[in-house]
Design a protein around this ligand. Sequence first.
Ligand SMILES: Cc1cc2nc3c(=O)[nH]c(=O)nc-3n(C[C@H](O)[C@H](O)[C@H](O)COP(=O)(O)OP(=O)(O)OC[C@H]3O[C@@H](n4cnc5c(N)ncnc54)[C@H](O)[C@@H]3O)c2cc1C
Length: 407
Amino acid sequence: MNYDIIFTGGGAAALMLLYKMSKNETLSKKNILVIDKEKKDTNNRTWSFWTNQKTDFDIIVHKEWEKVRFLAPQIDKTDRLTSLKYKMIRGIDFYNFVNAKLSEFENIEFLQAEVNEVKSISENEAEVSLTEEFGNKIFRSEYVFDSRFLKEDIPPKSNDYHSLLQHFLGYTIETDEPVFDSETVQLFDMRLPQRNAVEFVYILPFSPTKALVEYTLFSDELLRNKELYKVRLESYIATKLGVENYKIEEEEEYGVIPMSDYKFEQPKAKNIIYLGTKAGRAKPSTGYAFLRMYRDAKCRIEAFQKTGNFHYNEKFNKQFETYDSMILNIMERDPADIQRIFTDMFRNNSIEQVLLFLDEQTNFLSDLKIMASVPPMPFLTSIKNLVTGRKGQRLHQRLGNVAMVKV
Ligand SMILES: Cc1cc2nc3c(=O)[nH]c(=O)nc-3n(C[C@H](O)[C@H](O)[C@H](O)COP(=O)(O)OP(=O)(O)OC[C@H]3O[C@@H](n4cnc5c(N)ncnc54)[C@H](O)[C@@H]3O)c2cc1C
């Protein structure tokens, strides 16, 4: 029952780190147990991200695009990216690829079971217990990497921070007639009524007749029922795409991602480390997490090589934390403003520059240029709210230069 390392949760974040461990001479010899309640054998999600860097997963990129489109009532803009590429990986390809690599190691075991609790019992020992259904079994290890995102991990509503949700339903559809430009990702079509939420449709086209079409909302509540997402998605396909006949391929993609500037803390015990969404890796203002989890996995391996443990000093970029809080503040207050802000941001900057900004790869001067290209009022109100401490206790102290320059 004893291992060197246990992973509770074997989804994206855990598998990325395990993949990196399998490439490390010392770590690949450790006795590792991966516990997940699901068998990772379905295409339960797709991961998209944009980058100009290599990743370990380039070989399984399903499709990549160099052109990106933004639509809103007053704008229809398509740009060719210069250094970045927009990439998509299918969940099933990711699981199969990583699991094939890990199956080469007899010292890495997988267990399909539900974890009940993870706790630290001493400085160098942690304990994982399974639920009653799995015999309350107990395992011990030196380290536990925990990526189970539980209901109670969703930040509760509070006056100290923002807590919104990104929720979406997508179909992969095959049409009779060619309707999609397979060269161009449609990042946002915001030509939708913004009904107390930021609403848009995202399209990843695989061919002129096949695409993932996803109806997405940023808001503080989920819609009443799943049917409503379907009705709105189907209405978009009929009215905006003008498609009547299509087949739905694969499973529909439904998801909920937290969008919050709440500080997701790591546990006090040094031998339990949170990963993925549980560790706040989803970017508060966009929900994108894939590259952020990948960068975390790289840092943990580098830390291990240098110090023999997996801890590193995370450099939180205060500037981007501030922008995230300001954007969340606007989303919460008046989601329709986001449509206007995004319209100006995409109109007045290259899409590449906006994508770099959203991935926190820009410098302060570029950020200022982007901030100066959007209507100032909503941001000024956000700054006021954050500075006066409403919805910004943590940022209150720090706003300093970033916000004041804008003022
Ligand atoms: C549908 C969907 C699409 C997304 N698309 C993108 C995208 O395009 N780009 C992007 O950057 N981000 C995307 N995200 C956000 C983020 O990248 C994903 O949520 C990602 O899977 C997070 O990785 P994770 O390891 O934290 O969680 P997961 O991949 O969900 O892994 C957590 C694992 O824990 C397991 N688990 C939970 N509770 C228990 C328990 N009690 N016992 C045992 N196991 C348990 C679960 O079965 C799961 O396998 C998407 C999210 C969703 C939901």
